[in-house]
Design a protein around this ligand. Sequence first.
Ligand code: SF4
Ligand code: SF4
Length: 383
Amino acid sequence: MLSYKMNVTSERVAVAVVRCADYGDGLGGAVERAFALMEGERPREPNVADFSGKRVLLKPNLLTDRRPEQAVTTHPEVVRHVIRWFKQRGAEVSVGDSPASTANLQNVWRLSGIGGVCAEEGVPLISFEQAGARLFEQDGFAFSVAQPVLDADLVVNLPKVKSHSLSMLTAAVKNIYGVLPGYSKTMYHRQYPKLAVFGRLVAAIWKVIPPSVTLADGVVGMEGQGPANGRSVPLGFLAASENPFALDRALCGMLRIDARRVPYLVDGLGGDYSCVGDTVTVGAFDVPSGAHILNILPQRLVDVFGKLVWVRPAFSEMACVGCGKCAEACPVHAVTLSEATRRPVLKRDACISCSCCHEVCPADAIRMTQSRILRMTMAFKGM
Ligand code: SF4
Ligand code: SF4
């Protein structure tokens, strides 16, 4: 019988935190312990009847084509141990995600190491782009979800713990955005440019997802210019919960991030939780000064100062390799590539601060920057 279900109510739920220093020999035991703690049980022998014949879909973070040590994607060894955990309990396991629209899927699977792990463990790796989708209308939003996600009896959400230039934190809640196939992910940024509204879209997606459980890979995370161009940082833990909102709130506490600045947590979802397991102390965790700042400024300030208050990408000509992925990813065509120099050119007034270009740049050539008045306001507010 499936014991997990998504819980976005205000009921108190457990967030299990387990110390785990690296992806070596202790990882399998840490995965086992995280699931057991989350269930409120001591570690026990696999019970094959638990998931016998059930379709379990693992949804790692496969944002783009980076190697495991770059900490952009969920570590393949975490995926391996979770595959084994569910296979031992009789589940039919598959793995799937929809990377950023500009990424080459074969490269993502190969470089992330997750393609290799799936082949070695004998489970299918699914492209959400080629597997059909179903349209939902939920909470005033319309969006399509990849069919393999909807066909699963249980979705196992496997995010990487990272900073994010748009949403401060990307972990349990935001990882579900990858169930939207293909370019639609980018287009919703254009449709819902206000961060608070975008946060509600992500919350709405969770409401149509089958029963789920989340195990977050915080063994090595990313800080700084996340989710793709930050620095890898050892955090030393795995965290698990039936409620992704509660899990992200717990992560905010551990990483000293103000949850009110994370757009999908502003409505108070996952508000009441208790941490069980190990007490993990994380040192300084550097979060980017990104577009989320616009979201927490008083609207009056934005109205009065208008064009003086902005967050925009800045391009490094030295680092840029002229690949054009930023232009391809921009939902409002605010970036073009100069024919003469093969370097990006920004139409400032068109930019909606969505960070999509920053997310896909393979050369760490883009920084999200703030206007002077915005920086002064942040300094005044002690942010
Ligand atoms: S230029 Fe970058 S941040 Fe601005 S709208 Fe385009 S993708 Fe988004
Ligand atoms: S800024 Fe980055 S994504 Fe854009 S063309 Fe240069 S290397 Fe490519």
